[in-house]
Write a new protein. Structure first.
Length: 349
């Protein structure tokens, strides 16, 4: 059997692009879950990396094996027919909420980094997303294959500058006081649960289309490893930023200070990552709505964007701080079942 590394890398790129959304690319999500806990945050990141590699690959391989066309069908497999209906309603609400966070994040990039209107950023994102959605999965592959390597490259560049700064080791080992320090213990589980729970809207139909188990397995492994690398690099960078919790887009602030000659390109990369996640979420929601109603893509996508836009009017930082941890705890049920569900006998571990 021919081993298709090209398609494995494409799957990895979609996996990374789907997870690396507004909160991840801007650094806000990494601060909220990890970096504000200092050295404990690094330990949590390493655990998260292992879970991204093992469970991301497992999710896609199982989805392909049962030929699930949407996360609805996959959740029926995990939870059973009746419980999955409740879970799928929660998923629909969460995907809409996260799509709103992405749109708000796109607006925050325009407002905080470019000095332009937040509304302009939101509407430009919606228009571009419409165009990519019309192309389908090929558009999803193309955008992620271009943006993800850039994101990894810039994360490594920032890490390279950060580790050379004075007192880096002191900052790396420092454990700051946090009233909710207990969250650092559950952060790897709630964070991966959140991201895998939401990413299944894209990963399930993608895996179902690919079919080949070897390709899917290595796509998951490569994607999980890339996510781990970006998380570690971003953490090494963010811990060197004073008052890191005050910024909506802390990674851009760091880039402006450490490598100003790359700043504008990096802002475009951040926007590109937000954009890929918007596309991924809308792609998954569109597939889900078509399970219930036979409606044209243009109609379903328009409906999704109208609802997401209305929610996105709330401040980006506020949305992310409240919705992401809440969704993470809800997704822990999905996470636990995915973890304990054995591989079908026909799949080689």
């Amino acid at each position: 059997m021919k081993r298709d590394w090209t398609q494995a890398f494409q799957i990895a790129a979609v996996y990374v692009g789907t997870v690396v959304g507004a909160g991840f690319a801007t650094g806000k999500e990494i601060v909220e879950f990890f970096s504000r806990f200092g050295f404990f945050g690094l330990i949590s990141i390493l655990m998260s990396g292992y879970l991204f590699i093992s469970l991301g690959s497992k999710l896609m391989r199982m989805a392909s094996h049962i030929n699930a066309k949407s996360y609805q069908e996959f959740n029926v497999y995990l939870f059973g027919k009746w419980p999955s209906r409740v879970i799928n309603i929660f998923m629909l609400i969460m995907l809409l909420g996260v799509s709103a966070v992405m749109l708000s994040g796109a607006g925050a990039v325009f407002e905080e980094q470019l000095g332009l209107s937040k509304t302009a950023g939101v509407f430009l994102t919606i228009i571009l997303s419409f165009l990519v959605m019309l192309v389908g999965t090929k558009g999803l592959y193309a955008v992620n294959t271009f943006v993800v390597p850039l994101m990894i490259t810039f994360s490594i560049i920032l890490m390279f500058y950060s580790v050379q700064r004075p007192h880096f080791i002191d900052q790396l080992l420092f454990i700051p006081h946090a009233d909710d320090g207990w969250r650092s213990v559950i952060a790897p589980f709630s964070y991966v649960a959140l991201n895998l729970g939401l990413s299944q809207a894209v990963l399930v139909p993608i895996a179902s289309e690919v079919k080949d188990d070897w390709t899917i397995k290595w796509g998951g492994i490569l994607g999980g490893a890339a996510l781990t690398l970006i998380l570690i690099a971003s953490h090494f960078t963010l811990i060197m930023l004073p008052n890191l919790e005050l910024y909506n887009i802390p990674m851009a602030i760091v880039m402006k200070n450490l490598a100003p000659f790359l700043y504008w390109i990096f802002v475009l990369v951040i926007y590109g990552e937000i954009f890929t996640s918007v596309i991924g979420n809308v792609f998954g929601l569109d597939r889900q709505l078509k399970q219930y109603w036979s409606i044209p893509t243009m109609v379903s996508v328009t409906l999704i964007f109208v609802v997401s836009y209305l929610i996105s009017l709330v401040n980006y930082g506020t949305l992310l701080s409240y919705l992401y941890p809440l969704f993470g705890y809800i997704c822990l049920i999905f996470f636990a079942l995915l973890w304990i569900k054995p591989f079908p006998a026909s799949i080689k571990k």
